[in-house]
Design a protein around this ligand. Structure first.
Ligand SMILES: NC(=O)C1=CN([C@@H]2O[C@H](COP(=O)(O)OP(=O)(O)OC[C@H]3O[C@@H](n4cnc5c(N)ncnc54)[C@H](OP(=O)(O)O)[C@@H]3O)[C@@H](O)[C@H]2O)[C@@H](O)CC1
Ligand SMILES: [K+]
Length: 546
């Protein structure tokens, strides 16, 4: 029965478009210099602009030309001249508008039918004026704002109204243009940022913002791209490499990062040739209750597939035969109670413990959690690594006094609703990030906030956004798989706590992406993710050194 009834995290919002970071020109340099991929603030991006220009002996117009060329190449790869009846480029008064004017010129030279709409302003940037002067005469130009936009059916709109220089919510003509685009559901490709969206800070909920189908950004992604509340504005986002100063980025202070393939690659050490099962640790899972033994089984299978040396699973009596039959590779310790966990086993054999999938919220199970926290903190030497999920988190939320007992470096994997139960209701996604950062710092733990771009907060207050995963993974049991996977990696003493969690979250999403290629997103179930953990980890394993 319980086999088909895993724990759900249906409140988790997993609605994200695929990320395609195209770093074509300077990929090797980029990957060597930036193992942790930084997300810079809008102010840092402006400094990066200056640093690039002075370091490379460029003029700012030349850097703008690089950006426009990269954007145009991206657009050309997507649509040929015969596929679009018109490209309407909307240009604002700053350098985002300057990019737009250069893009209009390049597209026109490539044979696209281009028209330009200019937003009137009191003053214009120097590079805007340069590109305005160089717009070919054959490109029709008109003012926008006061009159209705005439949009051709199936045409493309290039949104180059405002980028990182936005200093206040859009109003008047600019707001009118945004309203018309959104109402017409125009097919919009935003240059750098959808106009009206701030790159990295909150703004009033009713701010006019372009709803882009695509956003093509330069150099590095913006923080705004990773937040669910912006998905409808940003659309599918891409980052194009324009050779921005690598030295500046390497030196820049950052507390936001993203984990893509290059950051995750090599995090898992190769297995030594003379390895034995003791090398990879012995993990314990505390999971399951009547009707939710499936959750325990999913966590078990994921833990095994991640390469744990030995695994023992503690389930209530009703789960014993199920576990022994469905997962013969694991050892099973039946609890004295038939329906839920009521006793903590001796912890001395284990290198890591995962608790929560399908657990239920019985007072006796809370007692097990409390004892686990006490004993894990008091092991001789380092505290015993813990991974807490699902009902273990709900029990912590109901008894917040237990939070003070979390051993350092404990890993918590809440979805937004579970996180809210541990802290407070967030006003918006930015506030949620603040709460996440503060919580991880205060409790010296790692918190994985699950969802699209799952966000890992570290005890040092860093936030790492994960780039793998897909909406197919918003299905019952996905979270149980993550718990098993992370427990196995925490039992592997070769990995630091941070590396284990960063790798685990990335590998979980990657396994889901590989599984979705086979099953499609709607048909994806948690067991499919487990089948692809091995292939995902194989991609991420470092070369063996002798
Ligand atoms: N950095 C890089 O690496 C590279 C950057 N590049 C490009 O530069 C872009 C940034 O350009 P940017 O700094 O000129 O800012 P941008 O977004 O065009 O807006 C500024 C103008 O808008 C005005 N304005 C602001 N808010 C407003 C409002 N609510 N309503 C009305 N007006 C408002 C503001 O006027 P003010 O605030 O002074 O009144 C000013 O006139 C960046 O996104 C990228 O596309 C690439 O070319 C090369 C590499
Ligand atoms: K824009």
């Amino acid at each position: 029965m319980g086999l088909h009834c895993p724990a759900f995290y249906d409140e988790a919002v997993i609605r994200r478009p695929p990320v395609l970071c195209t770093l074509k020109k300077y990929p090797t340099l980029f990957f060597i210099l930036f193992p942790a991929m930084k997300i810079l603030t809008a102010a840092q991006i402006r400094q990066l602009d200056y640093a690039t220009v002075s370091e490379q002996g460029l003029s700012s117009v030349e850097l703008m030309e690089r950006a426009a060329t990269a954007f145009t190449k991206w657009l050309r790869r997507r649509w040929s001249t015969s596929q679009v009846p018109e490209v309407l480029v909307l240009a604002g008064p700053g350098n985002n508008g300057g990019d737009g004017l250069a893009i209009a010129r390049l597209l026109y030279q490539d044979g696209y039918p281009v028209r330009v709409g200019l937003l009137p302003a009191a003053s214009y940037s120097a590079d805007y004026l340069h590109n305005r002067a160089h717009l070919p005469k054959g490109v029709p130009v008109h003012e926008i704002g006061a009159t209705p936009l005439e949009l051709k059916p199936n045409g493309l709109v290039v949104d180059a109204l405002f980028g990182t220089g936005l200093s206040r919510p859009l109003a008047e003509e600019a707001a009118a243009v945004v309203a018309q685009l959104n109402e017409a559901r125009a097919r919009v490709v935003a240059v750098d940022l959808p106009s009206g969206l701030l790159a990295d800070s909150p703004q009033p909920a009713d701010s006019p913002i372009v709803q882009a189908s695509y956003t093509v950004s330069f150099g590095l992604p913006k923080l705004a791209f990773f937040l669910p509340q912006h998905a409808a504005f940003v659309g599918e986002w891409h980052v194009e490499d324009i050779g921005l100063s690598a030295a500046f980025i390497a030196d820049a202070e950052a507390s936001w990062f993203f984990t893509d393939a290059s950051a995750a690659q090599g995090l898992l050490p190769a297995r030594p040739p003379y390895a034995h099962k003791g090398t990879f640790g012995h993990a314990l899972l505390l999971a399951g209750s009547r009707g939710k033994i499936g959750a325990a089984l999913l966590a078990t299978q994921a833990c095994l597939r991640t390469g744990v040396g030995l695994l023992t699973v503690r389930v209530p009596g009703c789960g014993y035969e199920i576990l022994q039959t469905a997962a013969p590779e694991a050892m099973c310790l039946a609890d004295a109670h038939p329906d839920y966990l009521s006793e903590l086993p001796d912890l001395s054999p284990y290198q890591a413990v995962g608790m929560g999938p399908g657990l239920g919220q019985q007072p006796a199970s809370r007692g097990v959690l409390q004892q686990l926290l006490e004993e894990a903190a008091n092991t001789s030497g380092q505290p015993l690594p813990l991974v807490l999920d699902a009902d273990a988190l709900n029990l912590l939320g109901q008894h917040r006094e237990l939070l003070a007992q979390l051993p350092p470096d404990t890993v918590l994997t809440p979805h937004p609703k579970e996180f809210e139960r541990l802290t407070e209701r967030a006003r918006d996604d930015y506030h949620r990030l603040e709460l996440l950062q503060a919580f991880a710092r205060e409790h010296r733990c790692y918190v994985v906030l699950k969802g699209a771009y799952s966000c890992l907060a570290t005890p040092q207050g860093e936030l790492h956004f994960n780039c793998t995963g897909n909406p197919g993974m918003a299905t019952g049991g996905s979270g149980d798989v993550l718990t098993g996977l992370l427990t196995a990696l925490r039992a592997d003493v070769r990995l630091t706590a941070f590396a284990a969690v960063q790798l685990g979250v990335y590998a979980h999403g990657r396994a889901g992406d590989l599984a979705a290629q086979e099953s499609g997103e709607p048909g994806l179930i948690a067991s499919d993710i487990i089948r692809y953990i091995g292939p995902a980890l194989r991609e991420l394993t470092a070369a063996r050194e002798f």
